[in-house]
Design a protein around this ligand. Structure first.
Ligand SMILES: [Mg+2]
Length: 179
C-alpha cells in the first residue's frame, strides 16, 4: 500500500534535477506536473530558472512533457509562453495520462521519469505505470481546497514513508537512488 506512494527520489526543486544525471540514468522523457511543480499556480509565465532548465534538458536531448489533471484550455493558457507539449485530463492518481505520454513519445517506462509535488497524485500515477518518480517541494502553497485536503492526507503518508525509508530525504541530486 505504502509502496504505491513512495517516490524514487526526493529533490528540493524541479530546477535542481540535473539533465546530465537524467541522461546518465537513460531518461529520454521527463513527464512533469504543472501547478507548483513547474510553475507557481499564480505565475503561468515561469521563471528564468525554468527556462534555463528547459534549455539544459534540450541540450541533453531530453523531452519535457506536461502531464496534468487540468483541462486542455487551462494548460494551453499556462504553457503558451513556454511552448511545451502536454497531456491534459491525465486522471492522476490513475496512470492513464502517463501511459498515453509513453505511447505518444514512444519510450519505455524505464526511459521516463515523472516529476511532481504530490504523493497522492503524481507519485501514485508514476508508480502505477512503472515510471520512476521525483517528488519535489511545491513552489508555493496552493489555495485550491482539493490540494489542501491532499496535503493534509499526505502528511500521514509521508510520515509512514519516512519511517520505512529513513534514507529518503529532499536532496539536490539524483545519484542516491534508494535500494
Ligand atoms: Mg502540483
Amino acid at each position: 500500500m505504502l509502496a504505491r506512494f513512495t517516490p524514487t527520489w526526493m529533490i528540493d526543486a524541479t530546477y535542481d534535477i540535473a539533465p546530465k544525471e537524467l541522461k546518465q540514468l537513460g531518461i529520454r522523457v521527463v513527464l512533469t506536473d504543472l501547478d507548483n511543480t513547474l510553475i507557481a499556480w499564480n505565475n503561468p509565465y515561469g521563471t528564468e530558472e525554468l527556462r534555463e532548465w528547459m534549455t539544459a534538458l534540450a541540450r541533453e536531448n531530453i523531452r519535457l512533457v506536461v502531464v496534468s489533471n487540468n483541462s486542455h484550455q487551462r494548460i494551453k493558457k499556462a504553457v503558451a509562453s513556454l511552448q511545451l507539449p502536454y497531456i491534459s485530463r491525465a486522471l492522476k492518481p490513475l496512470s492513464l495520462g502517463i501511459r498515453r505520454a509513453l505511447k505518444q513519445y514512444q519510450v519505455e517506462a524505464s526511459e521516463a521519469v515523472m516529476v511532481g509535488d504530490q504523493l497522492l497524485t503524481d507519485v501514485a500515477a508514476a508508480n502505477g505505470s512503472g515510471v520512476k518518480s521525483i517528488l519535489v517541494r511545491p513552489i508555493l502553497p496552493s489555495d485550491a481546497w482539493t490540494t489542501k485536503f491532499n496535503r493534509f492526507a499526505e502528511k500521514f503518508v509521508m510520515r509512514a514513508i519516512r519511517h520505512q525509508h529513513p534514507e529518503l530525504n529532499f536532496r539536490k541530486d539524483l545519484m542516491n537512488e534508494r535500494d
